[in-house]
Design a protein around this ligand. Structure first.
Ligand SMILES: O=P(O)(O)OC[C@H]1O[C@H](O)[C@H](O)[C@@H](O)[C@@H]1O
Length: 534
């Protein structure tokens, strides 16, 4: 562990039971000094125990990030275990020139983007039809990065939908596709098979099911399929016409792929111009990440707050709490982005990490979470740093009073987490209710909130394609910064392989075939399943 980590831990230890409120009392400018903004986004990290000393040390920790950031944007093969460049940023900076192995990759990126625009426009204005007429519904079949991004963003931007209805199928559980296809007309439905590798078993199984469903009603099912993939040989083999295949290169990681062809369903829903506005928001965040000094650099500050809470303070999880119902899928999206990227046990050079890697990320929109798990956040024994996300304006002018109530709840939660309620305050409350003596004491202790629980708030004006682009790129770069500081390769995902391999070996067991090498518990469970299936 380098000296700087030790100094940070020492600093935290020296803080002892310092309270966040004390930091505000000592520094009248704290609220403003720890509310960093760019491009209309405000990141308030004042309700944390990061004081001036911690801030200086954290910024020192971030110093080596710049070189790696520049290497990423320059197309260096920073994904070393897969020997790939990392250039999802090229998908949203369409005017640029990006060299990979001496070749400018941007003309091809722009050409695909144009084809996507043309296809989406044709679907939306009726230039492309199904065998039963105008396309009314689009079903995106994909999983992981080929699902979570477009599903999250499509839901987030529902006020901007003016195209065909868009649905998502991901799970290999037949219940998923059955529920989505029920009620759809195959003759007016377009199925998009989204898979970078075009080998993912869930996606290929669902795609086959959709093809059979389509074939029952239309004469040429393949004509109503499109594919998004970097494996164009496989899409052709599967029978999808190259005119409806939108490709991308291996330097776009699955969980970073929303900006290109994998975003087609979103483009169809909101239209190409608003999709470009989403890209512009992401590109603006890229410029900010590249140009802003570390002390005002939002991705760096989000990452440093994360490192402070997880690696330094030892808080095991982080809650993402969007006070925006349309961001309901954001926590799931961030789970893949953050946990698949930084949930590693070895550093880039193969040595075991001597610090914890990324935290468990979880969450639900407010105010719903308040009536479910906030009890633990306020009074449980574990400290859960909370990340609130909030838009000043909603999209329902007639319901502005509800939006104000939503905002009030969000601000109240972060205040309550920090402030808490002392035993004396709890006693006074009980006294006001007429309790006295032992009964007062017995009840009061349950009403104590320890407080001093950290939170940050990301505030935006309104959730639009542009601001969503800013937010998604912000989180991508935050993950990058955390990975760079920890020395992790944030762009591979070897940890998903073993389970996939074993699933193939377990399948014969379920059919009652001999399959050597399984443990007694798995054998027993497979036997019980066979019995229950009859
Ligand atoms: O897009 P695909 O190749 O179908 O991959 C879909 C997903 O599968 C894998 O399990 C990876 O862990 C994910 O990173 C990826 O997004």
């Amino acid at each position: 562990m380098t000296d700087i980590w030790t100094r940070l831990k020492d600093h935290r230890n020296a803080q002892g039971d310092l309270r966040i409120e004390t930091l505000f009392a000592e520094d009248p400018d704290r609220a403003a000094a720890y509310a960093t903004s760019d491009g209309g986004l405000v990141f308030d990290w004042s309700k944390t125990l990061i004081d001036a000393g911690a801030r200086a040390l954290l910024l020192e920790l971030a110093r080596p990030v710049a070189a790696r950031r520049d290497a990423m944007f320059a197309g260096a093969r920073i994904n070393e275990t897969e020997n790939r460049a990392v250039l999802h940023t090229a998908l949203r900076n369409l005017d640029g020139k990006v060299m990979v192995d001496g070749r400018d990759v941007m003309p091809a990126v722009r050409a695909t983007h144009e084809r996507m625009r043309d296809f989406a426009t044709a679907l939306r204005d009726g230039g492309f039809t199904g065998q039963g007429g105008r396309i009314t519904d689009v079903v995106n079949i994909g999983i992981g990065g080929s699902d979570l991004g477009p599903a999250m963003a499509t839901r987030a931007l529902s006020p901007f939908h003016d195209g065909p209805r868009v649905h998502f199928v991901s799970n290999v559980d037949g219940a998923d596709i059955a529920d989505v296809l029920r009620g759809l007309d195959p003759a007016t439905t377009l199925v998009i098979v989204a898979s970078k590798t075009f080998t993912t078993i869930e996606t290929m199984t669902n795609a086959e099911t959709a093809r059979k469903w389509m074939a029952r009603q239309v004469t040429d099912p393949a004509a109503q399929f499109a594919a998004l993939s970097s494996a164009q040989d496989r899409t052709a083999e599967w029978g999808i016409d190259a005119a409806r295949v939108f490709g991308f290169e291996d330097w776009v990681g699955g969980r970073y792929s929303l900006w290109g062809p994998i975003g087609l369903s979103l483009m169809i829903a909101i239209g190409p111009d608003l999709f470009d506005s989403f890209l512009a928001g992401g590109a603006a965040m890229d410029r900010h990440f590249r140009d802003a000094p570390a002390e005002r650099n939002l991705p760096i500050l989000l990452a440093l707050a994360g490192i402070w809470h997880h690696q330094i303070c030892g808080h095991a999880t982080r809650a993402v709490l969007p006070y925006d119902n349309r961001l309901a899928r954001l926590p799931a999206y961030l789970q893949q982005l953050e946990m698949e990227s930084n949930g590693k046990r070895v550093a880039m050079d193969g040595r075991e990490l001597d610090l914890p890697s990324g935290p468990v990320v979880w969450g639900e929109p407010g105010t719903n979470g308040q009536h479910a798990f906030y009890q633990l956040i306020h009074q449980g024994t574990a400290v859960v740093p909370c990340e609130f996300i909030l838009a000043a304006r909603g999209h329902e002018p007639d319901l502005a009073h509800q939006h104000l109530l939503l905002i009030a709840n969000c601000l109240a939660q972060s205040e309550a987490l920090m402030r808490g309620r002392s035993l004396d305050e709890a006693r006074a409350l009980m006294r006001a209710k007429g309790l006295t003596g032992d009964e007062l004491e017995r009840q009061a202790c349950h009403r104590v909130f320890p407080g001093n629980r950290p939170s940050t708030t990301l505030l935006i004006g309104q959730l639009t394609p542009y601001t969503l682009g800013q937010i998604v790129a912000l989180y991508e770069h935050r993950v990058f910064v955390e990975g760079a500081i920890l020395g992790i390769n944030s762009f591979d995902q070897w940890g998903v392989e073993l389970g996939k391999e074993l699933a193939l070996q377990v399948a014969p067991l379920l059919a009652g075939e001999p399959a050597p090498g399984h443990d007694p518990s798995t054998l027993n469970l497979a036997r019980l399943v066979r019995e229950l299936r009859g």
